[in-house]
Design a protein around this ligand. Sequence first.
Ligand SMILES: [Zn+2]
Length: 250
Amino acid sequence: MVGNLESQTVEGVSGEIIPIPITKNISNDKFIIKNQNGLFKLVSLPFVRQDLLITRHEIDVKVKWVNFGESKITIKDDSKVNLSPSDQTRANREALEIKTALSVSTNEITPSFKFIRPIPGVITSPFGKQRFINGQLRSAHLALDIDGSIGTPIVAPLKGKVVLIGDFFYTGITIILDHGYGLFSSYAHMSEVKVKVGDLIEQSQTIGLVGTTGRSTGPHLHWTVYFDGNKVNPESLIQENYLTSIFKVS
Ligand SMILES: [Zn+2]
């Protein structure tokens, strides 16, 4: 290993993906990006509530805290906030089903990271906002909410394989796409699904329609992106030349 790598500290922002310099192909991962500056592996940084130093692939990474703000929402149906034992059992079972779907990713697709928006519309809740539901502190909103009316077509923002379809307590009618190499995305509160588990979906193909199923305050798309084991900020991914832009950060 090259000696000067040890002194290198990389930094990035909570909930973002950053390139990490590596000296050799690691853990049989063929998805390594090569450019004039060497070999890089893309890693995701966790959402943090204060600056945090972590180590990824032998490199120290400083994860910088960002104030994403707060949002206070009211859900009139209290049974969706303070769950009955049977609803809690159901929610736990569904969380496990989702976790299982995210545990294995295909290497048959290499993600281009050239995302497009899944629906047009205004962003109504950004990634990372601290949520208070009916006055109670809840987990941060690690997804992007985009406004839409019932029936608005949702398109695949990137090529992917359908790995899960369900009708869940919190997220209602939901699809999870596997884009390869640990990159997944999910689409929640839908009114209708237009694909089947196992389907290979091209970018911009319709996968379903906007709805307000599950625990939702009105029709919108709740879009979550997972990469390398963390939920990451979808709003960054739809920027122009995303992949080039993350290599430009010094
Ligand atoms: Zn949401």
